[in-house]
Unconditional design. Sequence first.
Length: 375
Amino acid sequence: MKKTRTILLCLLAIMAAILNVKAQEVTITLHPGWTWISCPRTDTVDFSTAFGSFTPQTGDIIKSQWGTSIYKGNGQWRGTISEFYPGYGYHYYSTRTVPVTVTFSVPNPQSNVPTGAIDGIFSVSDTTTVYFSQGNLQYQASTDTWRFAENQWDYVGSDNHNISSSFDGWIDLFGWATSGWNNGNTYYHPWDYSYSSGSQYGHPGQSNLTGMYANADWGVYNPISNGGNTTNTWRTLLIDEWSYVFNTRSTSSGIRYAKAQVNGTNGVILLPDDWEAATYSLNNTNSSESTFDSNTISATQWTILEGAGAVFFPAAGYRFGTSVGEIGLCGYYWSASYFNSTYAYLTSIKESYLTTNNASNRCYGRSVRLVCSAR
């Protein structure tokens, strides 16, 4: 039986950010035969309530991984399931011979998720949980503006070679500790670059971007325009936290990450603590040696994963001086931890390789992905 997989766009993260609205409407087209749908609500809801004014035809079927029900008419579903659960996928079999549009009424949740954050909670130690930002950090020198990328797969790429104090485009590959706060060293502006002077980035000597040097962290010192626009909201993970979130923490499904191509972009998906395997089937999970093409995910399919809290780190390459390389092939993400007076720790994402324990000369331009506290 051929199954037409038309995936319902899960707009939960967006709707959660819109306050003082009674409800939102989400539509889906049910095709003749099988259509793959996902519950668009944040609460458990019975079939009749979810469908509202839509009337199924006798013989229509809803299947989940744990049961099946058949519509018998007069508002009656008979079988082993009777409710939609948020975050799970379902197959709907329509006996109609033409497509039909169904409108779901979705109550607007009052969310505590900070502006600019993905709605997924991640443990980065035994006692600390965080939200990740909606995309990699970007900077425009001409307006002195910081922002998060619009989409998780977005990166600037070759335009990073235009780095300067007056560039009116955007950059997203930064030398270490270049928040703009004068830490007493030579290079601290986001537009600063050099070819060998790693010891001239960050506080002279060996200090993390914490404590009395926390302002050297991009997220601590700067207001992020689409991330709440206040200081002291965001921060960069320490290397031990990078290691914990990728390699140590427990999740509901046991799945922590998977290499993937999302909307044509290579990278790695990090799953939240409460990730359920039934939300989306992923291949070669928790494997640092897997390849990017282990999972090929469209922009539409990604909406389901992101709606369930998934985070994606794109392979945005690196910058050395004004030269940019490995765009789309490798991703390097700074930590807030020093390695020595010249190097700092980072997480490296490559084809058939992933490690949270690399170190790099501080003068290299690397990606920055910020987090905020999940209180």
